[in-house]
Design a binder for this molecule. Structure first.
Ligand code: ADP
Length: 396
């Protein structure tokens, strides 16, 4: 039976992939091609618990997809079951409010949205074009990070700037991590009957981090904006700051506005404050050995996350659930603890023992008995959503 989906997340210098079968429940093979565009690029396959890596001759995206095709010809049973390809696409603008089967119109639409995601969308287009070339005849689907947030009301998505910028240029909040939020909302509905009729806050905390308010299953507010720079402090991004800093930084360093923006995107956040690393685990280790800069960076991350969660709550009638997800949300008991400590005024309380002993990679609730809000750790699964959307669209 043809029931497997190849999921591709094609970035500018990496290409992540996975083949999911059994309605997305089983991952048959997964891997990553990284350092694309350099001489050290390689591709790694993880299959039946074993990892195998090989160098990519010319470091191109095309040779990465060609290796996946070669691997499939060595595994004909998996190749025969392949029914379609699902692509993660970061920016769908106002054009795409749900996943779509890709044709030339859709490809043009993704190209038009590239103005807001100049690094991501062109890489996705490349991935899609290569997949059409190397897997002719297989239907392909695009799943957008922005789509879930297309339900935001105008007063949430508009920026308070002259309206002609929105009318002529579509400058507005789009939000990201939407595929993850949609998964969490559906997973929560499996865990708690009627949670899709309640108010939910989700903190997707990874190297990129954002929060989202979900009411009755729909996104009603989210912290990222026209690009992923807005909102929380992140691994290397500043998140929201006084916009005047952009011009102060460019004057102080005698650099262009674009170069100053690069400082906010790539040299700020946990990395900029700690002056050690963008990686939460590394900073927790440094903090444990007494490094005060690492502690300051982590505590700033927590405070700012809590503030954004509190502001998101203004869109809800009640905060019935708070969910932590993403690499940091799922694994850092320290940050979950400090974030929730700053949310006491909202009657959100966690149980320290449950928080510290949460099973790695598992779904669990960590709120104390007195908490007004149920607090959860739920591992996200964007690949599953992409596979399910692909199955649903290609079987119509
Ligand atoms: P992204 O998908 O945005 O690249 P991830 O969701 O994979 O990021 O999250 C990466 C972050 O999760 C890193 O900062 C990493 O240090 C953190 N992380 C992963 N495991 C742990 C852990 N055990 N303890 C603390 N932080 C962790």
């Amino acid at each position: 039976m043809k029931d497997s989906i190849l999921v591709i997340n094609c970035g500018s210098s990496s290409l992540k992939f996975a083949i999911l079968s059994n309605a997305g429940q089983d991952t048959l093979v997964e891997g990553i091609a990284d350092r694309l565009g350099t001489e050290e690029s390689s591709i790694t396959f993880k299959f039946e618990g074993e990892k195998k890596s090989m160098l990519l001759e010319d470091g191109s995206h095309k040779s990465a997809v060609a290796h996946i095709k070669d691997w499939l010809s060595d595994h004909p049973a998996i190749a025969r079951a392949l029914a379609g390809i699902g692509h993660r696409v970061v920016h769908g603008g106002e054009t795409f409010s749900q996943s779509v089967l890709i044709d030339s119109n859709v490809l043009n639409g993704i190209k038009e949205c590239a103005q807001f995601a100049p690094l991501h969308n062109p890489a996705h287009i490349k991935g899609i074009e290569i997949a059409f070339e190397l897997f002719p005849g297989l239907p392909q689907v695009a799943v957008f990070d922005t789509a879930f947030h297309q339900t935001l009301a105008a007063e949430q998505y508009l920026y308070p700037i002259p309206m002609h910028f929105y009318r002529q240029h579509h400058f507005r909040k789009y939000g990201f991590h939407g595929t993850s939020y949609r998964y969490i909302s559906q997973r929560l509905a499996q865990l708690v009957a009627r949670s899709d009729q309640q108010g939910v806050l989700v903190a997707h905390l990874g190297n990129g981090a954002s929060v989202c308010a979900i009411s009755k299953g729909l996104s009603v507010d989210t912290s990222m904006g026209i690009t992923p720079l807005e909102g929380l402090m992140m691994g290397t991004r500043s998140g929201s700051i006084d916009p005047s800093l952009l011009s102060f930084i460019s004057q102080a360093e005698n650099i262009s506005a674009d170069a100053a923006l690069d400082v906010l995107n790539k040299k700020s956040g946990l990395l900029g404050v700690s002056e050690i690393s963008n990686d939460c685990r590394t900073l927790e280790e440094a903090m444990a050995s007494g490094d005060q800069r690492a502690k300051l960076a982590l505590d700033m991350f927590a405070v700012r996350t809590a503030k954004h969660l509190a502001s998101m709550a203004t869109t809800l009638e009640s905060i019935d659930h708070l969910v932590f997800t993403g690499g940091i949300g799922e694994n850092s008991s320290y940050l979950r603890h400090v974030i929730c400590d700053h949310l006491k005024a909202l009657n959100i309380r966690i149980d320290s023992t449950l928080n510290e002993n949460a099973p790695r990679g598992g779904t669990t609730s960590i709120n104390s008995a007195t908490s007004a809000t149920k607090v959860w750790i739920i591992p996200t699964n964007e690949e599953l959503m992409i596979a399910l959307d692909t199955i649903s669209l290609i079987s119509h």
